[in-house]
Design a protein around this ligand. Structure first.
Ligand code: AMP
Ligand code: ZN
Ligand code: ZN
Length: 410
């Protein structure tokens, strides 16, 4: 009798403990908003015009800079952030590129290609999360619009460049106000202002400073709206940028095609160019370019320096040309575009150039407070997110949790 009684008693204890921890587990379920400020250079916060970023710094984590992947362009890097992979592995090797095997092309303004899942070889964090029971949402992020239902977030918006920034914040707040069972826990946002103004006007002057100030005030507005719905203390905000920006100069441009005697297929213009010579002519074209490599570097695909991580993908062409910082490469077909170029600023260059680095801030219950750290790598965000949500990351990524987890609270 005695033994039976205590068995029931123990069962009761175990049951109450289990339900208590289940409730607790729900209560600490993370919310993360990942915010991207396109082209927000690492040192813009030093201009004294970003009070909201200063608030993030004191109350959260700030990195000295945030290192993009090469090429330091928008789509390759948003995909690196969200998949934890280098562009050569996630497949979005440029904003525009071609697949010579299938005779198709990818381009950021070609919505059909942008929504075609075949180009995206990495697994975005929203896929990893949804598979493990976490609802996700995206108010814009490159790659979030793929048409395959199991590869996009539960909630997402089709990209509208001119959509009012305030409406994007309203949309995220509305998602967070959904009933618990429908509410997303991981959300992304994107703002282009500093990229557009940086291209047009360069990295100094009133226009870029207004853009910097505007984005700073938007993050303040987001934080206030989170306060209004009593979520400011339970949401982590990771605020980062995809790359930096450097000033151009009309005089610093090179027509690569004019240096070649052999007709080649030339893909892209600006800081990086890919060149596909006729078969058997790769060595000849390479030597020709190498001979006149002034203000740019030329590499055969398998000789691209290891640190750039830009050789493995089959869609990278036989020759890769990388301009020196601030120089612009073009060919005859892009000459007209170059003539209309504003020569304000650009990005895409070697990712070890500090001008190409962006910002990284993180604030919220999972992050240390008033914690300054050195440069972080953007491929490490995916494993960081997996850690915060306590889910299993893909094991084929390039990012490493060990390089970033020290910014989390114990
Ligand atoms: P970049 O040429 O690298 O400076 O690319 C920046 C441009 O990417 C911005 O001006 C945006 O219009 C565009 N962009 C950003 N996100 C998206 C998206 N999700 N879909 C299509 N275009 C985008
Ligand atoms: Zn960008
Ligand atoms: Zn840009």
């Amino acid at each position: 009798m005695q033994a039976k009684h205590s068995f029931k008693f123990y069962l009761l204890i175990i049951f109450s403990f289990y339900s208590l921890t289940a409730v607790q587990a729900k209560a600490v379920e993370p919310y993360v908003i990942l915010v991207s400020f396109d082209g927000f250079r690492w040192d813009y916060p030093d201009r004294g015009i970003t009070p909201n970023l200063d608030f993030f710094k004191v109350n959260g984590v700030k990195a000295l800079s945030f290192k993009p992947a090469f090429p330091s362009k928008t789509f390759p890097n948003h995909l690196s952030i969200i998949t934890g992979m280098y562009p050569e592995n996630h497949g979005i090797i440029q904003n525009e590129f071609e697949d010579p095997f299938e005779n198709t092309s990818y381009g950021i303004s070609d919505t059909v290609s942008v929504r075609d899942a075949k180009w995206y070889q990495g697994e975005a964090f929203w896929e990893t999360a949804e598979r493990q029971g976490i609802k996700t949402a995206s108010f814009f992020w490159p790659g979030s619009e793929v048409t395959l239902s199991y590869r996009h977030p539960t909630y997402y918006k089709k990209y509208e460049h001119d959509l009012d920034y305030g409406k994007r914040i309203d949309g995220v707040i509305d998602w967070l106000k959904l009933p618990y069972n429908e509410r997303p826990h991981f959300l992304t946002m994107y703002f282009h202002e500093t990229d557009s103004k940086g291209h047009r006007f360069g990295t100094t002057g009133i226009e870029i400073n207004n853009a910097i100030h505007l984005l700073d005030s938007l993050v303040g507005h987001l934080y206030k709206r989170l306060k209004d719905i009593n979520m400011a203390d339970s949401v982590d905000i990771i605020l980062l940028s995809d790359h930096g920006m450097t000033n151009l100069d009309k005089e610093r441009k090179i027509n690569i095609e004019s240096l070649l005697d052999i007709k080649c297929k030339i893909i892209g213009f600006g800081p990086v160019m890919m060149i596909e010579p006729p078969k058997q002519k790769v060595e000849e074209v390479y030597l020709e370019l190498k001979k006149s490599a002034n203000h740019f570097r030329v590499f055969k695909k398998n000789e691209v320096p290891e640190y750039l991580h830009f050789s493995k993908n089959p869609l990278i062409s036989s020759i890769v040309v990388v301009a020196d910082l601030g120089w612009v490469l073009y060919d005859n077909s892009s000459e007209k575009i170059i003539k209309r170029y504003s020569f304000g600023g650009d990005h895409g260059y070697d990712n070890s150039e500090i001008d190409m680095h962006g910002i990284f801030y993180a604030i919220g219950p999972h992050f240390k407070k008033n914690f300054l750290t050195g440069t972080l790598n953007n491929i490490d965000v995916y494993p960081l997110l997996s850690k915060i949500f306590g889910i299993q990351p893909r094991n084929n990524i390039d990012g490493k949790l060990e390089r970033i987890e020290f910014i989390l609270n114990k």
